[in-house]
Design a protein around this ligand. Sequence first.
Ligand SMILES: [Zn+2]
Length: 433
Amino acid sequence: MSAKKVSYFYNPDVGNFHYGPGHPMKPHRLAVIHSLVQNYGLHKKMQIYRPYRASAHDMCRFHSDEYIEFLQRVTPQNLQGFTKYLSHFNVGDDCPVFEGLFDFCSMYTGASLEGAMKLNNNCCDIAINWSGGLHHAKKFEASGFCYVNDIVIAILELLKYHARVLYIDIDVHHGDGVQEAFYLTDRVMTVSFHKYGNYFFPGTGDMYEVGAESGRYYSVNVPLKEGIDDASYVQVFKPVISNVMEFYQPTAIVLQCGADSLAHDRLGCFSLSTKGHGDCVKFVRDLNVPLLAVGGGGYTLRNVARCWTYETSLLVDEPISNELPYTKYLEYFAPDFTLHQDVLPRPDNANTKQYLETITKHVYDNLKMCQHSPSVQMHDVPGDAFPLQEGSGHDEMDPDVRVSQADEDRRIEPANEFYDGDKDQDKAGDEAA
Ligand SMILES: [Zn+2]
């Protein structure tokens, strides 16, 4: 494959947020991944950006004003004053109020939004934001550790330039927030591969959820059972995506790379290796369509770090050694200190060959119903979310700060001088369960 221009978005502060003691979602994983990416030298193969921070206005492109205002105002200290809103916005146990919650949302959402804009303006072929991918967030409420749906906001930006956007989700959980947002339109096709059944979260995503009205047949669901291994997963992933490409012909793709579909995930129940998971990412990369790759779930920290580091190497097309480079987090990877872990075949792969063939056939039959890929007249294209060249959009949040071209250039980090001052933290809390 020809060399692709890759943009990578990372805010050095994004790893410092804490959902709370014992909570499986650990933003710290992002610092660990970045450290591996740098120490493998992968930063030399792409443009590294300290991303734009999304404003409340950007978030309200999808979410309701009341919900975003609540996220902006609520803190662990003033929580008592918001009691009646907590259940209304589904904030509490799974989605706790933690210190800096809105800043966290602003960072991961801004990175996906800027990635979409860079793709729209042909500044890169692939944009990577491992801090994004929070696919459960709904218009009016938080869900499944997700508050603001950065994916929906990035797709809305892509739709300014692209007639058809394909969303692919390989997280172990159904990509319900993204599917719901685009359930009635044919301009976005959502394709989710996930565990379904036995009340597995979020409970949606059976194969009969196909979209409605103009969006009928443009929501694709591949419900899978526990224990699926690399061979079975690929058996269904590749034909489904090939058929989707043939029938839908998207001009941009967003890929949610949730790593809770890996074997031994703290919350997941699939049995994929990093190589099998990465095969899906490589397959999508090789479709040669502008691509925004985002993170998502992933609750066994060392394996999430392995997975997204490996997938960064696949996206920049640079092979990396199985021996992990030295980082300050090296001890997390004891005792073998390798990138890839052997995954033993599980006797409880509940997905028979026949079951997978049935699902693949069902998806194919539905895709045939959308014979004509929709096109739209792209006149009256709305402007970009913020000026990409001149400013970084900080104007919206802070009217006194205007970012000059020189400042913009500085945001592109020199290859070997990237920030290295993040603090080691929360080691004791990792993988507590
Ligand atoms: Zn998940």
